[in-house]
Write a protein that binds this ligand. Sequence first.
Ligand code: ADP
Ligand code: MG
Length: 309
Amino acid sequence: MTDRTDGASDADDIILEVHDLTKVFGSGASAVRAVDGVDLTVRRGEILLIMGPSGSGKTTLLTMIGGLLRPTAGTVRLNGRDITSMKESELPQVRRHLVGFIFQTFNLLEALSTAENVEVALNLAGISGRQARQKAEAILSNLGLSKRLGFKPRDLSGGEKQRISIARALANDPQLILADEPTANLDSKHGHDVVVLLRDIAKKQDRTVLIVSHDDRIREAADRVLWLEDGRFKDIGKLVRDPVCGMAVEAAGAVSHTYSGRTYYFCSEGCRREFLEAPAKFTGEAPAAPAPQPGVRSALRRFFGDKLR
Ligand code: ADP
Ligand code: MG
């Protein structure tokens, strides 16, 4: 993307620029800094995954980016326009045309059919009647839902509901799709289908897709992964994987051991001990040995906590 030959400037490549974005809920002693001075630049066509534990500020960040929530401080530039300085009356235009939202809980209108759920989004953007119906049907058919147009959400599977909400997000041809935990209410097959679909949307339709999730399976589809914790991005380069239990751990300050010239980091002393009992089992250095089994101690530790150390 940096080696451009079409003469367009780098700035044209950027769909989203977030600077020093902060959201504080409450005040005084009970104030929560849900998002704490975040900087972020996203290029067109990119599929970006922001991961982080529950409560780390993912939803708060995403809703500010989409103009659904006003920040306490900082700026969000969408397509070159600062939406944080816009009047309340200007924001619906941005939400309808520039961004499409996909929610964990689908947020479909239960009383409406599949087609009508998508038509509503078109109606809000000023497209009505036959034109809206035809466009809704075309988008839904494209997502494999042509046989479900008249169904109500209650008669559909979770995977189908999420595809309808993706169709609704696409209805007004937005350049940026924002997805909040899009696979959280789906089984692993349907979750995988949704991930493939979001990747297709980014790559074939040249849209930018920003997903926030703690679902590790989405990693495979993302061009870039960022890690949010306590409202701030952490350098993912400094996060390493515990070879025993597979958990991501921060290298600085973690229990470590150097083996065969390489340093391994562990989430706990227990994992390090398990590693020391049979290092080759975890370093992939003994191809002839049976495939490494997940450590029994680490599995037990997940149940009993650190008492097992
Ligand atoms: P995530 O989506 O990563 O789980 P959230 O953005 O929902 O995290 O929440 C981040 C933090 O902000 C949490 O501590 C949460 O309790 C707090 N928070 C979120 N929304 C509100 C709100 N409307 N009022 C008060 N606190 C909130
Ligand atoms: Mg959330």
